[in-house]
Ligand binder design. Sequence first.
Ligand SMILES: [Zn+2]
Length: 274
Amino acid sequence: MIDTHVHLGQLRYEDPGMSPSTMLRWMDRNGIEKAIVMAVEVPEELDYLVTTRELLRMTRRHRDRLLPLCAADPRHRYPGRFDPYPILNAYIGEGCVGYGENLCGLPVDDPMQQRVYEACDRLKLPIVMHIDWWINRDKPGLPGFERMLATYRNVKWVGHAQYFWREISAKVPRKVSYPAGPVVPGGRIDELMRKYKNLYADLSAGSGYNAITRDPEFGIAFLNRWKHRLMFATDKLRAKQDTSIIDFIRTVDISEDARRRIMRENAGKVFDLA
Ligand SMILES: [Zn+2]
């Protein structure tokens, strides 16, 4: 299986994080063949950055299994003067397989962010989008994100995190990151998936796991329905971490076709892996 969302390096003051060797040993124990590794180049979510350049160095000897993404803070340089295109293009040349994690503390459709999306659109890259109340912030129902889906059609948008996943339900309680209980059908994720063929999602972290397990019957139908667009992922970033999603995706009662796509095939297509 392919884990489409992990982190290497120290990101929190109190935790050393995962090194390439501890990550590879953990992957071996869990039957994970390859992992997509996030760059962190903005300060909002974590204490330290793990830059694209660092990540390229850390993964250099393990590119058969650890595939880096690239990132750039859209606030670089004076307003209107930053062109991320040549930088991202060079990162792709060095082995990055997409853009992420986008953890920027700006509105999701901010003009500075759109310079990055524009560059990713030209390069036809996937972008892993963390969406919460501050990072890539948007109104309930994600209208700003929808405009980005509609504008940057060559980007494969990968939804992730609390304020993305809570939109699985048509009823979203205000300011709640991990809503519990039954999903009300007709949520925005279903609607956006139907409207935009360039929308994908990763099942990582508490947010993804909560969304597909809070209402088991709905979750199973959702996995079968969007089997072409969902990807197994853990958001592994420290040694001791709940990764219940691994056993869940191996055993949940979905079609074998859906399981194969979600555990591996979709990742291969989205990140263009050989
Ligand atoms: Zn992450």
